[in-house]
Design a protein around this ligand. Structure first.
Ligand SMILES: Nc1ncnc2c1ncn2[C@@H]1O[C@H](COP(=O)(O)OP(=O)(O)OP(=O)(O)O)[C@@H](O)[C@H]1O
Ligand SMILES: [Mg+2]
Length: 400
């Protein structure tokens, strides 16, 4: 059986590492061979599990392994020849050595190299469950949609480029005094792209992989999670649960914290309207920091209750956006059939829909700023919101 992969992401400090470690402990306790790895370079998994971890999986308990992926090591493994060539090129341009070395890895790529560990664990067959504690935003998952572009490039341009490079090398060296990419660098790029494409296939398989968004019930945090959710849906990554962490319990609702309780209640409503029908799991603000086995298991119990942590908790993408000829349609899963007036409200990139007593709040991707909302309808158990491209955009679109 191919392993199950669960990625945790969310804004800084919301509890990703704690929830990831708690999830891994529950999976291992259920008899599944589990690895929990963090790809965020500011690692805190060692503290959370109270065991010093390294770049390779270390056994921290029965059937449980922990790993803090070292970006630098991964870069050296996957990008050495390209770094060498680029470094030389930049040094030739007068960039000093240290800066040149820094510049040889494109921004945002660090975590991508670390995520390749997921593919390696998939292939090794050593684990039943891979739990990933990701960096604070979904940015990296957006980057992962590049392989589609890369494949196109690889298949059409690459054969020509390699040939062109071979032909141009003597000329470039003697006449331009410029080092062209070495064969080793070109091979490395090709291998990397193939690896990313293979990894993306694993991550987009909803039977194997899902993302869980961790948040606290604070407005800014929830909004950011909503944006990430939009991107995840857009790029076809399944979100199978959201985890709202650090909710003030009722007994904290007296006196000083009464106001906070009220604010958190409001944010919980927004969470419901933004992520439904994806299950919303919750955990209270615990009386102590979540460090060590006991606290992790308390957190795990609060989040999952009777649920099995490794299971796919929701099976469908919640939003689907399609666009053609200046028209766009956003399909939202609405798990009910029935008729009712649809009330639509649009504020910037935010769309609020009310239908048959339900409310949905969606944040549109920035490209949708060029579209006006033109209507909504219920069709095949889904709500469809219709958009028309406006102004210059519409004209540009029609000339295609
Ligand atoms: N439910 C909770 N109750 C009390 N403290 C918590 C809870 N969840 C997490 N914490 C504590 O909050 C702090 C931040 O948690 P954690 O490190 O898991 O967040 P993170 O999202 O991984 O942060 P970063 O973005 O910095 O990696 C830690 O000190 C952790 O012990
Ligand atoms: Mg963390």
């Amino acid at each position: 059986m191919a392993p199950r992969t669960i990625l945790y992401t969310g804004k800084g400090g919301v509890g990703k590492t704690s929830v990831a470690a708690a999830t891994a402990r529950r999976c291992a306790a259920a008899g599944l061979r589990t690895v929990v790895l963090s790809t965020d370079s500011a690692h805190s998994l060692s503290d959370s599990l109270e065991t010093q971890l390294t770049g390779i999986p270390t056994e921290v308990g029965p059937g449980l392994f922990g790993q803090e992926v070292q970006a630098q090591e991964e870069i050296e493994r996957h990008w050495e020849a390209v770094s060498g060539w680029l470094g030389e090129l930049l040094a030739d341009q007068g960039v000093d050595r240290i800066s040149a070395e820094e510049l040889t890895v494109p921004p945002g790529m660090n975590e991508l190299f670390s995520l390749l560990q997921i593919k390696e664990h998939h292939e090794s067959g050593e684990f039943d469950v891979i739990v990933v504690d990701c960096a604070p935003t979904g940015e990296t998952l957006r980057l992962l949609s590049f392989p589609e572009v890369c494949t196109w490039w690889l298949e059409r341009i690459f054969p020509w480029q390699s040939r062109w490079v071979a032909a141009a090398r003597p000329f470039a060296k003697n006449v331009l005094d410029l080092p062209l990419p070495t064969d080793a660098a070109l091979e490395e790029v090709e291998r990397l792209v193939r690896n990313l494409v293979a990894m993306n296939k694993i991550l987009r398989d909803p039977a194997l992989t899902s993302v869980r968004l961790v948040m606290t019930p604070d407005r800014m945090v929830v909004k950011e999670a909503m944006r990430t959710f939009t991107y995840l849906n857009l790029y076809g990554y399944l979100t199978d649960a959201v985890v709202v962490n650090r909710i003030f319990p009722e007994e904290a609702g007296e006196g000083y914290f009464a106001g906070w309780r009220q604010v958190q209640r409001e944010q919980m409503e927004l969470v419901g309207s933004a992520f439904s029908p994806v299950p919303v799991l919750t955990a209270p603000f615990l009386p102590r920091e979540v460090l060590g086995h006991e606290m992790l298991d308390t957190l795990g119990q609060a989040v999952f209750g009777e649920l099995a942590a490794h299971e796919v908790l929701h099976h469908e993408l919640s939003q689907e956006l399609s666009a053609a000829n200046g028209h766009a349609t956003l399909r939202l899963a609405l798990p009910f059939t029935g008729k009712g007036d649809i009330e639509l409200q649009r504020i910037g990139l935010e769309v609020i829909v009310r239908v048959a007593g339900q409310k949905r709040t969606i944040i549109l991707p920035p490209a949708m700023a060029a579209y006006e909302t033109s209507g909504a309808r219920l069709r095949d158990g889904a709500l469809e919101i219709l958009f028309e491209r406006t102004g210059d955009g519409a004209k540009a679109d029609q000339t295609h």
